[in-house]
Design a protein around this ligand. Structure first.
Ligand SMILES: [Zn+2]
Length: 77
């Protein structure tokens, strides 16, 4: 039995959104999920917010976004 690496990666990373991208709340149909008491990787903010999103290919996932600089800090499940 063989499984290509690309299909495995597709399963593990179902959305095409990357850490460091600017948050596009409308394009990604963002819905509030939860808050994280975590420092932003990109600015001094001490809290980031998680949203359920859908990327431009219709894959759904969750991203943690800084409310201050609006950059994606993490992709989570
Ligand atoms: Zn930030």
């Amino acid at each position: 039995m063989q499984r290509s690496l690309s299909s495995l990666q597709h399963d593990l990373v179902p959305i095409t959104i990357n850490v460091g991208e600017d948050f596009k709340s409308i394009v990604w149909k963002a819905q509030y999920d939860m808050d994280f008491n975590t420092e932003c990787l990109f600015c001094f903010s001490e809290q980031i917010t998680g949203y359920r999103v859908e990327d431009e290919e219709g894959h759904s996932g969750k991203v943690a976004v800084c409310p201050h600089c609006e950059k994606v800090n993490a992709i989570y499940a």
